[in-house]
Ligand binder design. Structure first.
Ligand SMILES: Nc1ncnc2c1ncn2[C@@H]1O[C@H](COP(=O)(O)OP(=O)(O)OP(=O)(O)O)[C@@H](O)[C@H]1O
Ligand SMILES: [Mg+2]
Length: 261
């Protein structure tokens, strides 16, 4: 660990232990009557602070729904979600928006960078909008971890896909959120760029004690995580610690007669 990250470790709120987010008895149903779909069925899960958690499972198993409910992007039908110490199922829309802004970082499949802003302006944009000043030491650490110090003045069109997604990851990290959620963050990248981004996510957990939850279809991507949760039919049916790509692939093959996506 570098000196900078040792210093940052000592000032990171919460430290590496504890629960960053949790779901209790969470059910999420869409539609009514014949079109009713139970996307999540009494899900209980704890997301550990300072860990990289991957969510896997067949298409339609409820991965995105679980992530959206944990992140306060979607409401639950019944049950409870906590982010840190906050029970989010009790919050009104305004409180929820504020909590998402202050405590959560997002990385989506499409990078969602603003084309007219350069890399560093994109990274600090959410804080600029919130009227908050970036912690410069932290920002320097994020930028050096992201490995884009010499690209900060480049606009998205002047960056590769992997570099753009690393900017999006740096943007999610910059405000030091309690937790970062990614839905297929490497889904649009070739394998080399995907590996760059996954390496960076891994380093942000190791060196910055970031908490990350990532939905993925890719056993190789899941192998960067500390823990993989497997969903099927809206339930968590299995989990794996310190996964390898082969072990994850084997587990996925057991779903639905070899269907893996
Ligand atoms: N807005 C919605 N309205 C109705 N049904 C929905 C809605 N969103 C999701 N569903 C249903 O809920 C179930 C879970 O969907 P979800 O998007 O969470 O799956 P997923 O595991 O992320 O799948 P994929 O791997 O294909 O992205 C699916 O059966 C889906 O059709
Ligand atoms: Mg999905």
């Amino acid at each position: 660990m570098s000196t900078a990250s040792a210093i940052l470790r000592s000032v990171t709120p919460g430290g590496p232990s504890g629960i960053a987010a949790s779901a209790r008895e969470v059910t999420k149903a869409y539609g009514v009557g014949e079109t009713r779909v139970t996307a999540l069925n009494r899900v209980d899960v704890d997301i550990h602070r300072g860990q990289f958690t991957a969510i896997m499972g067949p298409s339609g198993s409820g991965k995105s729904t679980l992530m959206h409910c944990l992140a306060g992007l979607d409401t639950v039908s019944t049950g409870h979600i906590r982010i840190g110490d906050t029970e989010i199922t009790d919050l009104n829309d305004k409180q929820l928006t504020q909590l998402r802004r202050d405590k959560i970082g997002f990385i989506f499949q499409a990078f969602n960078l603003l084309p007219t802003l350069n890399a560093i302006e994109n990274i600090t944009l959410p804080m600029d909008i919130a009227g908050r000043k970036a912690d410069q030491a932290w920002l320097d650490q994020v930028v050096s971890t992201v490995g884009l110090a010499d690209r900060l003045k480049h606009r998205p069109a002047q960056l590769s896909g992997g570099q753009q997604q690393r900017v999006a990851v740096a943007r999610a990290l910059a405000s030091r959120p309690e937790i970062i959620f990614g839905d297929e963050p490497t889904g649009n990248l070739d394998s080399r760029s995907g590996a760059e981004v996954l390496d960076f996510l891994r380093r942000s957990v190791n060196e910055l004690q970031q908490t990350i939850v990532m939905v993925t279809h890719d056993p190789n991507a899941a192998s960067y995580a500390d823990r993989v949760l497997f969903l099927a039919d809206g339930r968590i049916v299995d989990e794996m610690h310190n996964p390898t790509a082969d072990a994850v692939l084997d587990r996925m093959r057991r779903f639905d007669g070899k269907r893996t996506s």
